[in-house]
Design a protein around this ligand. Sequence first.
Ligand code: UDP
Ligand code: MG
Length: 311
Amino acid sequence: MKKKLSIVIPAYNEEKNIAHLIAELSKSISSTGYDYELIFINDGSRDNTLQAIQQQADIYPHVYYIELSKNFGKDYALKAGIDAANGDAIITMDADLQHPPHLLPELLKNWEEGFDIIYTYRAESNRHASAYQRFASKLFYKIVNTLSDIKLENGISDFRLMDKRVVDELKQINEYEIFFRGMVKWVGFKQKGIPYTPAERHTGEASYSFFRLFKLAVGGIMAFSVRPLYIATGLGLFFSFAAILYIPYVLISYFGDYDKVSGWASLIATVAFFGGLQLLVLGIIGSYLGKIFMQTKQRPTYIIRSTNLQK
Ligand code: UDP
Ligand code: MG
């Protein structure tokens, strides 16, 4: 029996890219001789992405769509697609053609050779990114790697192939906060990274603003580590110790009659600094509490409005 590939593609405002992507994918896959299905997840697009997918689904029997009830974010759209996929290998990629379909044969070759996860990361020379984008991206991975327990390659992407075994494990993970790139690293298995050069976005706008990236970084760190809590504890210890060293100086000044009126500046500075520090540490602790709160509510990670997949 022919092996089947499930290609999972999250799409948010990508109406102009759908037809082109399907044409490109069909070209790359038909030569490989696998059976395949394309699962598009319409992540609450505000344009006609859904109609564009439905149009293609009417023409091609192997095109499926899942329409989410609102914009949940890429990682949640990916989860929805993976949950529905039943191929022997599951491939995730972007809808904007930045993930080159011509790499598919290489991913498949490594899969046939026995790797369970073949992921891709951006090659160093990324000529399509601006200096700011490159800097922001470097910083993102640096911070995530330093503060959490997983190691992500610089520029690791969501373009990857996973064996069915891996996906069966991913489906079991029932976390409210999803950071796919981290989760896929965390599950282990036999992994291999392949560098790639991203293409220019086919049409449309990238939807990740600085604020969204910041949220993603914080989410990635907090979903994979309690190290920030240790840092909070360390800071607390350090400053308590410093205060213990400072107290003798205060007492000597007081009884020795040296420093009675002055000292206002150091007092204010100390109060302000420790006030800020306490708020920071409380914030870190509060953020983890918030995550526990969200998790205990047991809300679904995504909601499907409609789909043409039979279950
Ligand atoms: N995407 C999504 N939901 C979102 C934002 C993005 O499903 O809320 C999809 C988008 O349609 C694309 C992929 O995620 O297929 C990557 O998004 P984008 O190109 O905006 O980001 P970048 O290329 O900068 O990583
Ligand atoms: Mg993109």
